[in-house]
Design a protein around this ligand. Structure first.
Ligand code: MRU
Length: 385
């Protein structure tokens, strides 16, 4: 393992988020390779992995060393760059894009990034494609950072309009309670995050923000990743089991729910980590606003109905087993279910647009509807294919 801080600096790109007090992105490229923070090792260890080929990148996405819709898009773009360095022919680039696209089916950012890379490289003669691919992949990564910054500013305006409340049963100072699901933070993007961008902006602005962190079974992105990154940035938070959210909302202990999205349809349906829908239902019943942070790279302009989106089905062992660290530091996996118990593992679910209070995009907050999105994105909204 290398010193992550030094490597983050060497990569020479700006970063808003800190690891052990030093700025760091989740992915960066050196002269000849891509480096990532291996998210399967968090929160217990900070491990940097080097990726040298598009196959390496595809494996990192498939095994969820990198994960989160915007980050897998950026990683795929760098995968195309690695291919262009080795073989810039049309055939090699097309094969790499196909392999990268096949890694995970639900998040549309993957397709968006690969289409952007193809469009950037097609007119370029092969000898110049490596340089053009690197510039295009860097642009996608930098654009993600800028988009998330803008989402954070729009979310901050929403959070400022809410009234901080005193926690129940005590003289503790008032706080603003945000509930989030999965990890739609810095680790799911190149920097800042989408759902958590507003949380970080609010924390930086001095708002008394507190985050309820859904653990997010079965892979525990909330307990492992969101809790870790909020801790790194010094944002007050509390991890809860997935089933506690409805109870907290009923008791008035959640002021707003903010989640990310893997794919939002042109009509505002949202597909995000499984369990999001149940939070949206509870929020509607309890009168709690339910916002989705949706960068335009996660909007699928070709689809209106969220039921048309493929939901990734993952290994049953993610449900029947759980992994963690034993007291002495050893990594352990234990079985939760009777041996041989069947398990199903849909990784995402659909929250219909009618349950979404608003979509926080980089261009502002849109009603979750075709008209709402088209008003902010007239070009994309008018284009159907
Ligand atoms: O399976 P994952 O961990 O890649 O799923 C991630 C999520 O569902 C996030 O909420 C989503 O990608 C939005 S990330 C900004």
């Amino acid at each position: 393992m290398q010193d992550a801080r030094q490597i983050g600096y060497r990569a020479g790109r700006t970063s808003a988020m800190n690891v052990n007090g030093k700025p760091m992105r989740t992915i960066w490229a050196t002269e000849d390779q891509v480096e990532i923070l291996d998210q399967t090792q968090l929160p217990h260890e900070l491990v940097i992995r080097r990726l040298r080929t598009a196959d390496d990148v595809a494996r990192a996405i498939r095994t969820m060393q990198v994960r989160g819709a915007p980050l897998i898009g950026a990683a795929a773009a760098y995968g195309v760059w690695l291919t262009a360095r080795a073989d810039p022919s049309d055939g090699a680039l097309e094969a790499a894009a196909r392999a990268l696209l096949a890694t995970r089916p639900t998040a549309v950012n993957l397709r968006w990034a690969l289409e952007a890379m193809t469009a950037a490289l097609r007119p370029v003669p092969p000898p110049q494609r490596a340089g053009a691919a690197r510039a295009a992949a860097d642009r996608i990564a930098d654009q993600d950072v800028a988009v998330n910054r803008a989402i954070g500013e729009h979310a901050l305006a929403l959070l400022r309009a809410l009234e901080p409340r005193r926690p129940r049963g005590g003289g503790a100072p008032p706080r603003l309670n945000v509930l989030t699901h999965c990890n739609a933070g810095w680790l799911a993007t190149v920097d800042r995050g989408t759902a958590l961008a507003g949380v970080y902006a609010a924390h930086d602005a001095g708002l008394p923000i507190h985050v309820w962190v859904d653990e997010t079974r079965p892979r525990n992105q909330g307990a492992a990743l969101t809790a870790w990154e909020l801790g790194q940035q010094g944002v007050p938070h509390t991890v809860i089991v997935d089933n506690a959210g409805g109870h907290l909302m009923q008791r008035g202990e959640v002021d707003v729910v903010v989640v990310g999205t893997d794919r939002t349809t042109a009509a505002g349906d949202v597909v995000n980590k499984v369990g999001t829908y149940l939070k949206a239902l509870a929020a509607r019943d309890c009168g709690v606003p339910f916002y989705v942070a949706a960068p335009s790279s996660s909007i699928d302009w070709r689809i209106d109905d969220g039921r048309d989106i493929e939901i990734e089905e993952r290994a049953a062992t993610e449900v029947t087993e759980i992994a963690g660290r034993a007291e002495g530091g050893a990594r352990v996996t234990v079985r939760l279910t009777p041996a041989g118990a069947p398990a199903a593992n849909p990784a995402f679910d659909l929250t219909p647009a009618r349950l979404v209070t608003g979509l926080i995009t980089e261009r502002g907050v849109a009603p979750a509807s075709r008209q709402g999105l088209a008003a902010l994105f007239p070009t994309e909204g008018a284009r159907r294919s």
